[in-house]
Ligand binder design. Sequence first.
Ligand code: UGB
Length: 768
Amino acid sequence: MINFRARLFCPLYFPVRRRSVAHSASDGWQRSAVAHAAAVGALVAVVAGVAGIERRSPAMPVASDAEAWSVAQVGEWLVEIQLPQYCAAFEGNAIDGGRLLTRLTETKQLVSMGVQGHDDQVKLLAGVKELRIACGLEPRWRVPQALTDNEGLLTPAELELCRSLCLEAGQVHLFERWPAPGTEDEGKRALVDQLVALHQQYPGGLLQYHRNAVSLLADSKAGVNSFDGFIPAVPTGVNLGFNTEGFRAAENTGVSGVGDVGFVLVAGGLGERLGYGGIKVQLPTETSTGRCYLGLFCEHILALQSRARTRTGDDGLTLPLAIMTSDDTHAPTEALLERQGRFGMAPGQITLMKQNKVAALANNDGAFPLKDSDPYELETKPHGHGDVHVLLQQSGVLQQWVERGKKWLFFFQDTNAFAFRTFIAALGVSILQDYDFNTVTVPRQAQAAVGAICRLAKEDGSDATTLCVEYNQLDPLLRATVDPAGDTPDECGLSPYPGNTNQLVVKLSSYATAMATSGGTVPEFINPKYADAAVKDSFKSPTRLECMMQDFPKLLPPSAAVGFTTFPLFFYSPVKNNATDAAKKVAKGLAGACPATGEADLYSFARRLIGMETRLEAPSLLVDGTAQVAAPCVCAVADGGAVSYNDVPVELGPAVVLSPSFGVTSTEVAGKVRGGTISARSTLVLDGEDIIVEDLELDGALVVRAVAGACVRIKGLKVKNAGWEFVALGAEDDDTAPEELKIRGFKVLKHEERALEFTDPGTYEIIE
Ligand code: UGB
C-alpha cells in the first residue's frame, strides 16, 4: 500500500500544526467577520509563512520556540514578515522572543518602538498573536459566553465537545448567538445532537475531521501536488474499438462471466452541478419512453440475469445490486423502488446502504456552515463515493456475495446511461487479462471534469502503480513533474491520459483480501469549487472532505494487476451539469454532460448499435465476417442537424430507443434491424428480447413491445404518421413543465404512433 500526500501535516516555517488565524474567535461567522478576517488573513498569511517559506534555510527560528528566540532571531523573523525596517529599533531595544511576546501586544507599545504605520502595526500585532498561539501562550479561539451561559443544557461530554470545537477548531460561530437558556433550547439541543452524531461517525471525531480539512484545504489553495515524489506516465491498458474483433471477443468472454457478478451503484451524491431537486436516478434517461436511470440499470441487470440463467440452466441464479445512498437520497430512492415495484427485481435482490454525511466546510479555515434556513442545523454533505467500500463491508453485503460464490464486482455511477454498454466487454477484458482492478476509460478531453488514469512511480521507478488522478489533482501534478503546461491536449487534441468513467470491474477475491486488511478506508481529498480559481480564497459553495471509490488500488498490494479498458468516447455520456454550465463547456469544445446531451447521445448510440450511424464511420456492421447492415439508412439522418435547447446544441433525431432486453451486447443487437430507412424526425422504440425488424420504412413513430417468450418478426413495414416531435419549452411551459424537462429545455409531443404490443409469449410475424 503506497502512501500519497492525502492527509499529512507539512512543517512550514514555524513548524507547528498548521492553523489559520483568519477566523478570530470574537467575530463569529458573519459576512462582516469574513471581510475583516480576509484582511487579517492576508497579513497573517505573510506572517505565518506562506508555502514558499519551506524552501528557506533550515536555520530559521521555529514559531513554537519563539519565547526563547534571541534578538537576532527576532530580527530574522522581522525580515521574513517583510518588516526589515524595524530590525534596528528592535535590536536597539533588545527585543528578544520573551519581550516580543509579552511586551509588544498592543499598538501603543509598537508606537513607542517607532512603528507608526497602521498596516505595519496590524501586521506586527497579528504576527505576535500567531507566535503566542504557536507557543501556547493564548488559545487561537475562545469559548463564547453564550455557550457558557447554556452549559446547563448539555452533558459534560457534550460540553467538552462544544468547547473543544471552539478552542481547537474555531467553530465559535456555532454557539455565540445562542439566546439565554429557556429560549430556543430545542434548537440548541438539535444542533448538539447533530454535532455528537457527526463526531461519532468520523474516525478520530470532528476535531480530526477539521484538522484533516484545514491541512488539505491549505494544500489545495497552495496548489500542492498531492502525488509529491511520483512521476506520472501514460499507462498501458486495453483499447477496444467498436465493431472490432477485439470488442466482440471481449464481449463473448464477458458474457461467460456475467453470472458471477455483484453490481454496486453509488447514488448518494447531491448532483449540485445539475441543479436538479430530485434524486438523479429518477431522472429520465430520455423523454421518448421516460425510462429513468435506476429503471434502466435494473432492466439491464435483469436482461443479463435471464441470459445467464439460460446459459447456465440455473433458474435460481440471481444478480444482486447494492445501492449506496445518503441522507439526501435514501428515502426518495426507497420510495422510487417501492413505486416502481423494484423495476422487476426480486425482493431482497437490491440492498440499500446509506453512507454517513460529514460537516460541510465554508472556507479555507474549515468553518462548519450553519444552514441558511436553520441556525441550529449544520450543513452536511455525503463523504464521497469512496465510502462505498467501507459500507460493503459494514453492511455484510461483501461477505454475503463471497459466500454466494460471486467472483466480480461492477461499480458504476448514477447518471451514465452507457454503464452497461461497456460492462460486458470490460468484464471480458478483466477475465482475459486477469485484472484485479479494471477501470472503464474513454479518450479524455484536457481540462474535462474527468479523472485521468496515470502510471505513477518514484523517480527511480519504484512504487509503481496505476491510479486515477482526479481532475482537480492532475494539473498540479503535471505542472510539478512532466509538463509545465499542465493538463493540456496533445497533438491529437486530447489528454494523453485515459479518462476515468468510474465504472470499475474488480475481482472479488482480491477485493475481499484488501478489505480484510484495510477495512476499505480510502485516503481523503478535497475538491473545493473556488469562486475565483486564481486567488482560491473563497468557494462557490461549501465543500467537504471526500474520498473516491476509484482510489481502491491504493489499498491493493503492489503486485496487484491494475489496468483499464478504453472504449470510444461515444460509449460515455454522463449527465452532470445544468444547461448554463453545459453551454459554456460546449462553447469551449468540451462535452456538455447535461440532460439534453445525455438524451441525444443515447439515441445516437442506439442508432450506432443497429448500424445506423454509418455516415460517421461508414464501416458496415460485420458479424462473423458477413456484412449485416450495409449503410441502408444514410438518408435517415442526412439533415437531422443540431438544434439548441437552453443554448446547448444537440442532434436528437431519429430517436431510437432500445430496451436492455432487446440486446445486452453489440453482437446480440447486430442484425436485429436489417435494411430499411428511417427519417430524421422519426422515433423507433424496440422493447423486447426477441424482435427482428427487416426493411422497415419509417417516417413517424413506431413502438414495438414484446414480453419475454414473444418472438416477433417484422418485415417490410411502411409506417408514416405524425410521429413524436421534440419541441423547445416556451413561456407557456414555465409554470407547468416538470423540472425533468426544464433542465433539458425541450419536451416531446406525441402526436401519433404505430404501436405493436405483444403481451403473450408466442411467435408473431408482421409482413407488409
Ligand atoms: N456519490 C455518492 O454516492 N456519494 C458521494 O458522497 C458523492 C458522490 P459525481 P465526481 O463521472 O466523469 C467522478 O459528483 O465525484 C456518487 C469521478 O471521480 O457525479 O465529481 C454520485 O451519486 C471522476 O473521475 O462525480 O467525479 C455519482 O453516482 C469522473 O469519473 C458518483 O458518486 C466523474 O465522476 C459520482 O459523483 C465522471
